[in-house]
Ligand binder design. Structure first.
Ligand SMILES: Cc1cc2nc3c(=O)[nH]c(=O)nc-3n(C[C@H](O)[C@H](O)[C@H](O)COP(=O)(O)OP(=O)(O)OC[C@H]3O[C@@H](n4cnc5c(N)ncnc54)[C@H](O)[C@@H]3O)c2cc1C
Length: 472
């Protein structure tokens, strides 16, 4: 421990008790590595405050002592965002003890939740009041409100409700000098200059600590239906989405996957079954919901809207879940694709990218062809949130490489994909953030953007204590 870290730990313990700092190496260890197991850091302690006031005191101490802090929620970051640096220079600031849902208000349809509330718990708390928080993702059992805000998380319901940014209605935060920003006022209109709340969304812990947030809720789902479609191409999938959207505003999920990804799931994920009998080059999972009893049942609505599309040949075949178990089985295929592909195809580079929605079908075809031409023997494809223009684009080593392929060629592939995305006016990080993983690439591709981000960072965090080495 450096003298500054030692002093911070001692002062924090003197004010808030032993429990506020975890210094036993065995207890710190599980929080030093990212979820993918790709980045390993060092940290002498985890500081775990239990209130906003405690966070403010600790951040003020860190600022005074020049001790960098790495904010951490569930540590489910896909880009190494919550892993401390390897030189041991920073302490982890865990928000996991701040895990209270402070209020749920049915009138305003808002929840106020502390940063450490786990997404699954928020879902349950909202449901108990007949409402739901309309954002979900695979890591819902560990991702926290603070982490979701700080990464501007997406997931599978962005199509209808937007990403985290659209669901945040105010933030209580501790800024890098230890002052508290009180943003839970519930003001519908507030034009006092820059929105500090929105600045903190997607800031990846580099501008301050999210302590609590006021979040938008929607009515609980009364009924839902999930359809599985077989189609010839991503363009036909997008045309299908537009046709469905012309008939309803209740499409929540629209996920695309190629046949080989489906096959990987069928071959390697126990209990999965092909939703359709016939083979198709591409597949789409569509979810529609109803939030009240007098709305047209979603299964009937999907059947009514899909029938003419099948007749026209836009959709080759379709089936609609008859039971909740079947709906879950369709989602299970979608949710297991990353794991299935890892087993089926071995090493692959993974790119969380976005382009304008209408350009995604062409981009997918052209980028795959370009990558396969540049790296003969690889195969490239993607699955994911077509309706958001966000695809998880994977380049598989194929005949080209063994287990060390990623080390040998991964970066060259990454650069090519990032160049293609940038040339298409897209983003090299659609929903996972920049973290450490994409920091160099962002700077290589968009130095001006990084310069502006750094100017904001320097203004708010002149001592550079907030999440060093991430994003900028
Ligand atoms: C299986 C799986 C599936 C996933 N699916 C999706 C998906 O569909 N869509 C998607 O967008 N993401 C997805 N993710 C990524 C991840 O779940 C999200 O990035 C999530 O928002 C991270 O939340 P967390 O609490 O784990 O944050 P952490 O990983 O702990 O931290 C993430 C970032 O936020 C910062 N941070 C955390 N808490 C705070 C705070 N209170 N104040 C300030 N900064 C803070 C950290 O410093 C770090 O930069 C997935 C991850 C996994 C493992």
């Amino acid at each position: 421990m450096t003298p500054g870290q030692q002093s911070l730990v001692e002062q924090a313990r003197a004010r808030f008790g032993e429990r506020v700092a975890v210094t036993d190496a065995a207890d710190v260890e599980p929080w030093l590595t990212d979820w993918r197991g790709r980045w390993h850091g060092r940290s002498a302690a985890i500081i775990q405050p239990s209130s906003t006031e405690e966070v403010a005191t600790i951040v003020a101490l860190a600022s005074e002592l020049h001790v960098p802090l790495v904010p951490q929620g569930g540590n489910s970051s896909m880009v190494g965002g919550s892993t401390p640096p390897p030189d041991g220079s920073a302490l982890i600031l865990s928000l996991r003890r701040m895990n209270q849902v402070r209020s749920i208000d049915r009138g305003s349809m808002r929840a106020v939740a502390e940063a450490g509330v786990i997404l699954q718990s928020l879902h349950e708390a909202a449901l108990a009041q007949g409402m739901r928080f309309p954002l979900t993702l695979g890591a819902r059992g560990s991702a926290t409100v603070g982490g979701l805000i700080s990464t501007n998380a997406g997931g599978t319901q962005v199509l209808r409700f937007g990403p985290m940014r659209a669901l945040v209605d105010g933030i209580e935060a501790v800024l890098p000098d230890g002052t508290i920003h009180h943003g839970l006022t519930g003001l519908k209109k507030d034009n006092r200059g820059y929105s500090l709340d929105q600045l903190l969304v997607g800031a990846e812990g580099t501008l301050g600590i999210v302590a609590a947030a006021r979040l938008k809720l929607v009515p609980a789902i009364h009924a839902r239906a999930v359809a599985w479609l077989g189609l010839a191409s991503p363009q036909k999938a997008l045309d299908t989405l537009r046709a469905l959207e012309a008939g309803t505003d209740r499409i929540e999920g629209f996920e695309i996957l190629p046949q080989e990804s489906l096959q990987a799931a069928l071959d390697h994920i126990p209990g999965t079954r092909a939703p359709l009998d016939s083979g198709h080059l591409w597949h789409v999972l569509v979810e529609a919901t109803a939030d009240c009893a007098d709305a047209e049942p979603p299964a009937e609505q999907l059947a009514r809207l899909l029938a003419p599309l099948v007749e026209r040949g836009l959709v080759e075949n379709a089936t609609i879940s008859a039971t909740e178990a079947q709906a879950e089985a369709f989602w299970r295929i979608r949710d297991s694709l990353s794991e299935a592909e890892r087993v089926a195809f071995g090493p692959a580079t993974q790119h969380d990218i976005s382009v304008a929605v209408e350009n995604m079908p062409l981009f997918l075809a052209e980028a795959a062809a370009e990558v396969e031409r540049a790296f003969p023997g690889t195969s490239a494809s993607g699955f994911g949130h077509l309706g958001d223009g966000n695809i998880h684009f994977h380049v598989r080593a194929g005949t080209r490489g063994g287990p060390d392929w990623l080390e040998q060629e991964g970066y060259a592939v990454q650069r090519l994909v990032d160049d293609l995305v940038t040339a298409a006016g897209g983003s090299i990080s659609a929903e996972h953030g920049i973290g450490v993983m994409k920091k160099e690439e962002l700077e290589r591709l968009q130095p001006d953007r990084v310069r502006h981000l750094r100017a904001i960072k320097a203004a708010l965090d002149p001592n550079a204590i907030m999440n060093p080495g991430k994003l900028v």
